[in-house]
Design a protein around this ligand. Structure first.
Ligand code: AMP
Length: 444
């Protein structure tokens, strides 16, 4: 499938070539022909799926090919977004896609002076990206008319409702021409979104794309909760108990990698490590030996492990959870490849609860928890679930019942979490924040 076969015109294809887009994403494959055919759309797609191009490309094509020249203070297509950051971002994408088309585009949002926006709108714009509050202000001050409006896009509709824009949306809806094309994108479909869709959409085509963040279901994943200071000891215990043969282990920091490798080697275990501080040749050698099964345990940071392709890797262990939730997907994607079954075990301590919560929210699943006998944590890991909420504050746990108090000394050990700053990760396009930032403030 190419963008050309989806029916996009040459000026758009050239823009996509400049941007390096080669293949349409699933949401684009479904949305582009439908929008070009004039259908309304109800799309379950979240950020990262390529949804912006999914609606913007056909929209721009329709604007370029059909309809009158835009009149003063008018707008022909409107993209509503929840925040000013998103307005800027979507507008920037639109600007790039429209590079070779004779169309005017603009973005308006609150928190900045309204006058320059009013001036800019005087001549009219073909495509306007807006937050709902500022759009209404402009409309009420007669800076905007909707009589030429042919397409409305509601982007991140669920977030618009979460941010309390439902009244504004209702008022905008009343001001729009009844005959128009409407495209609604939302990551989730609550009853409120369905009501909104019922009101605003006309016989919509429903499309749903599975988020790229869902891990392969061939990977069995679970968490073993443990105190931070006992992670290395637990790792060795699990390794011996499970008779692990070939394991890729992820640690958060370079020091963490070195310390775990040293520890394992000290116990006579065939281990090696790779991280960004090591010369490329050394990393490659370690990797080649791991692939050839000459090394049993390879400990890596996220940066060093990116792009590894190891066939039939049976097990990935997250010695530390990643700082960025999306890295979890990359990590466990190293196992269970091409339909093979794999396992991913995460050793999680109490101060990683926010990272765990972010991973569960991203992967839309609550990870099964286990405790290993004699390793029950003294610092309980608070409950989490896929809603992204950390359910309760940690309770003071009961003392473990073991006679040794569960503390076996395996020698001097530096925990990875205590080591230097985490190795910077190669950032995917956009990330889900690992730490809960609390309810979002509405930005008018
Ligand atoms: P979105 O989900 O629309 O926020 O897009 C996520 C990122 O993917 C953006 O940085 C886009 O530039 C990029 N993107 C969208 N579609 C494609 C594609 N077909 N090929 C490559 N990158 C893309």
């Amino acid at each position: 499938m190419t963008f050309a076969t989806l029916g996009l015109i040459e000026p758009l294809l050239r823009a996509l070539e400049t941007l390096g887009y080669q293949t349409p994403t699933p949401v684009q494959t479904q949305a582009i022909p439908a929008v070009l055919a004039g259908r309304d759309l109800m799309a379950a797609a979240q950020t990262g799926t390529g949804k912006t191009a999914g609606f913007a490309l056909p929209l721009l094509q329709l604007l370029a090919m059909e309809g009158p020249k835009v009149s003063a203070n008018s707008v022909r297509a409107l993209i509503l977004v929840p925040t000013r950051e998103l307005a800027e971002q979507v507008h920037e994408a639109v600007r790039q896609y429209a590079e070779n088309l004779p169309l005017s585009t603009y973005a308006v949002y609150g928190g900045v002076s309204i006058n320059p926006q009013m001036m800019k709108l005087r001549k009219g714009v073909d495509l306007l990206v807006a937050t709902p509050g500022r759009l209404l202000d402009l409309f009420r001050q007669n800076a905007l008319k909707f009589n030429q409006l042919q397409t409305l896009v509601l982007d991140e509709a669920d977030r618009m409702l979460d941010l309390g824009f439902s009244e504004e949306l209702g008022n905008i809806y009343k001001a729009l021409p009844k005959k128009r094309q409407t495209l609604l994108f939302s990551a989730t479909f609550s009853d409120a979104i369905r009501t909104l869709a019922g009101q605003m959409l006309n016989d919509p085509l429903s499309i749903e794309v599975s988020p790229r963040n869902v891990a392969a279901n061939t990977v069995k994943q679970w968490v073993v909760t443990v105190d931070k200071k006992r992670k290395s000891e637990l790792f060795v215990h699990l390794m011996r108990k499970g008779k692990w043969k070939q394991v890729l282990v992820f640690a958060k920091t370079r020091n963490g990698v070195d310390a775990l490798v040293e520890k394992l080697q000290g116990l006579g275990i065939n281990a090696d490590g790779i991280h960004g501080d090591k010369p490329q040749a050394t990393r490659q050698r370690a990797l080649d030996r791991f692939k050839a099964s000459e090394v049993q345990i390879l400990v890596a940071t996220d940066v060093a492990a990116r792009g590894l392709d190891i066939e039939d890797l049976p097990l990935v262990v997250n010695f530390d959870l990643p700082i960025v939730a999306e890295d979890y997907i990359h990590r466990i994607g190293r196992t269970g490849r091409a339909g093979a079954t794999g396992q991913a075990i995460s050793l999680v301590c109490a101060d990683e609860v926010n990272q765990l919560s972010a991973i569960e929210m991203l992967t839309r699943q609550t990870l099964t928890r286990q405790m290993e006998q004699d390793f029950e944590p003294e610092h309980r890991v608070p409950d989490t679930d896929a809603s992204g909420q950390v359910v309760k504050k940690p309770k003071k746990p009961k003392k473990p019942k073991t006679s040794s108090g569960g503390k076996r000394n395996l020698g001097k050990w530096v925990e990875s979490g205590d080591a230097s700053a985490p190795e910077p990760s190669i950032k995917p396009v956009r990330k889900v924040p690992v730490f809960n930032t609390g309810p979002r403030k509405r930005k008018p």
